[in-house]
Write a protein that binds this ligand. Structure first.
Ligand code: ADP
Length: 151
């Protein structure tokens, strides 16, 4: 399993609802490594680029309004297989269909307020990390307990 990096964002609903610590804790406890973290209110153009694939969808304007409406916590997490594993931790797009135990399954009820974003593939992870972060904002480091998480 290759070491990867993925882009994760706690959307404005997650920040407003005070879920930042809960969500960070789930990724930390799993054993992934935090290599980038910041809070910002993204511009409309940043959100439009981020969700460019959905530009023609009827929910696009509302999605851009919402994501740019307030603080978002943007993160980069690193680990073996982290891209697919993070998607499992996050759960299905529709929170009512997301399994209990997942972030959306436990903490959300509505597709337009589903708390968190995670990159869906290696190419999108690379694109999204580059869109939201400068290289100098990311840390390469070795957790002190690394040998207790991986062989
Ligand atoms: P995911 O966030 O699980 O990768 P998508 O890439 O399909 O899901 O959609 C991106 C985001 O757009 C979703 O997380 C959700 O916030 C929003 N969205 C998707 N479909 C709808 C919809 N039908 N109505 C409102 N918002 C939607």
């Amino acid at each position: 399993m290759a070491t990867e990096r993925t882009f994760i964002a706690i959307k404005p609903d997650g920040v407003q609802r005070g879920l930042v610590g809960e969500i960070l804790g789930r990724f930390e406890r799993k054993g992934f490594k935090l290599v980038g973290l910041k809070q910002l209110t993204p511009s409309r153009s940043l959100v439009e680029e981020h969700y460019g694939v959905h530009r023609e969808r009827p929910f696009f304007a509302g999605l851009v309004d919402f994501l740019s409406s307030g603080p978002v916590v943007a993160m980069v997490w690193e680990g073996d297989g982290v891209i697919a594993s993070a998607r499992k931790l996050i759960g299905a797009t529709k929170p009512l269909e997301a399994e209990p135990g997942t972030i959306r399954g436990d903490l959300a009820v509505n597709i337009g307020r589903n708390v968190i974003h995670g990159s869906d593939a290696a190419e999108t992870a690379e694109f999204e990390i580059g869109l939201w972060f400068q290289a100098a904002e990311l840390s390469s480091w070795t957790p002190a307990d690394q040998g207790w998480r991986t062989e």
